[in-house]
Write a protein that binds this ligand. Structure first.
Ligand code: S3P
Length: 430
């Protein structure tokens, strides 16, 4: 994909469905009894991996001509015939491992080369403590489900995937489960579970946020409306911020506070962002407008990281345009995403003429208050967010940027090229 500098970006677009909520809607729909309808599902490759998995576990998952998805669940997961292929998706893998652990089935999980390199020990430890047997310490991995016991668990890493895996396993345990988080992560699982009938409560304690789940409730199908993904909305909004004369509105964006750290950071950088929040189907949602802005470097508080964990690549790109230094620390887990995002972002930025310091747990980007040189071929290592992030850099740089493996944007944002083109951006297959 090649993206080059050009005129202003203008227009109003709708972000694709939120990836995290889409996974969970299909997964809970497949575990529940009866019909679940899902409006606005993200039809990206990651979510399609979860759809295929739920079919393999015995649910009927279908897309209607109107784009409405239906999931007819059997109230349990059945023994799948073959291997569950999670593709590139860490969320599919970790959540499905948790879900499968509570049934008397044996499930082998695998994924692509990127996913095979990512950690699963973070879910194996709590699932084993609950009584499941797990064979393998990386992919392929086999989960042998059991009658589980509940667990009081404090994940050693701030991870919504780990929290969700434990809660999903806890649904069928013999005793209650609690997950305690000192640094709260996205809460879509705990928001959605009660809508399916689960008995769950959230408590703010002195040391953190505790999610209590009492097992035994029968899950029943429901209707889910998926808001736009703030992590995807970030790309057209960022492009507007760095392209003179631009004004872009992304409508229907999920504005859950545990997902909005980027917007807060951008405001601190001096970004002109207009955000109108409303409540829609249990989640705060709104329209976000970004105008071309002169950005300045900031220090991003490490405790904000969970609320913007997928946005560090695009923030690093914006930091390259800002005046002054942007410091991003406390994000070592970025090394365990679809690729090592710390090294890959640093390497890509340097190739584009940006000065960057790489640290074990973060990045420091030295912006000069003007467009970076660009003009490079950037390696994405098959990471969708790197592909989109560096394409955005190319739109504002002095010279066009090319990214490899651009097909990977379909992981989370299949319409990226068309949407950006519609806003006036010069981006196309290389
Ligand atoms: C996700 C949680 C985050 C995030 C991922 C989606 C989720 O991962 O990076 O894109 O849907 O629960 P971690 O839980 O590993 O931080």
């Amino acid at each position: 994909m090649k993206a080059g500098p050009g005129g202003p970006l203008r227009g109003r677009v709708t972000a694709p469905g939120d990836k995290s909520i889409s996974h969970r809607a299909l997964l809970l729909g497949g575990m529940a009894e009866g019909r679940t309808t899902v409006e606005g599902l993200l039809e990206g490759a990651d979510v399609m991996a979860t759809a295929a998995a739920m079919r393999a576990f015995g649910a009927q998952v279908a897309r209607g001509a109107d784009g409405l998805w239906t999931v007819d669940g059997r109230g349990e997961l059945r023994q799948p015939d073959g291997v569950i292929d999670c593709g590139n998706s860490g969320t599919a893998l970790r959540l499905l491992m948790g879900a499968a652990a509570g049934y008397l089935i044996q499930t082998e999980f695998d994924g692509d080369a990127s996913l095979r390199g990512r950690p699963v020990d973070r879910v194996i430890a709590p699932l084993s403590a609950m009584g499941a047997t797990v064979r393998g310490d990386g992919l392929p991995v086999t989960v042998i489900g059991a009658f589980l016991r509940g667990l009081a668990y404090e994940p050693p890493v701030a991870s919504a995937q780990v929290k969700s895996a434990v809660l999903l396993a806890g649904l069928h345990a013999a005793s209650p489960t609690t997950v305690l988080e000192r640094r709260p992560t996205r809460d879509h699982t705990e928001r959605m579970l009660p809508a399916f009938g689960a008995d769950l409560s959230v408590e703010q304690t002195e040391i953190g946020r505790a999610v209590h789940l009492r097992p035994g409730a029968r899950l029943r199908g429901t209707s889910v409306r998926v808001p736009g993904d703030p992590s995807s909305a970030a790309f057209p909004l960022a492009a507007a911020l760095i392209t003179p004369g631009s004004e872009v509105t992304v409508a229907g964006v999920l504005l859950n506070p545990l997902r909005c750290g980027l917007f807060q950071t951008l405001r601190e950088m001096g970004a002109e962002l207009e955000i109108a929040v409303r409540e829609d189907a249990g989640e705060p949602v709104g329209d976000v407008t970004a105008r071309f802005s002169r950005l300045r470097g900031v220090v991003v508080p490490p405790e904000r990281a969970p609320s913007m964990i997928d946005e560090y690549p695009i923030l690093s790109v914006l930091a390259a345009f800002a005046e002054g230094t942007t410091v991003m620390r406390g994000v070592e887990d970025l090394r365990r995403k679809e690729t090592d995002r710390i090294t890959a972002v640093a390497t890509g930025l340097r190739a584009c003429g940006v000065e960057v310091d790489e640290e074990m747990d973060g990045l420091i980007v030295h912006g000069r208050g003007r467009p970076p040189r660009g003009g490079a071929a950037v390696e994405t290592h098959g990471d969708h967010r790197l592909a989109m992030g560096f394409a955005v850099l190319g739109l504002g740089a002095e010279a066009a940027v090319t990214v490899d493996r651009a097909e990977m944007v379909a992981t989370s944002f299949p319409g990226f090229v068309a949407m950006m083109g519609g806003l006036g951006a010069d981006v196309a297959p290389a």
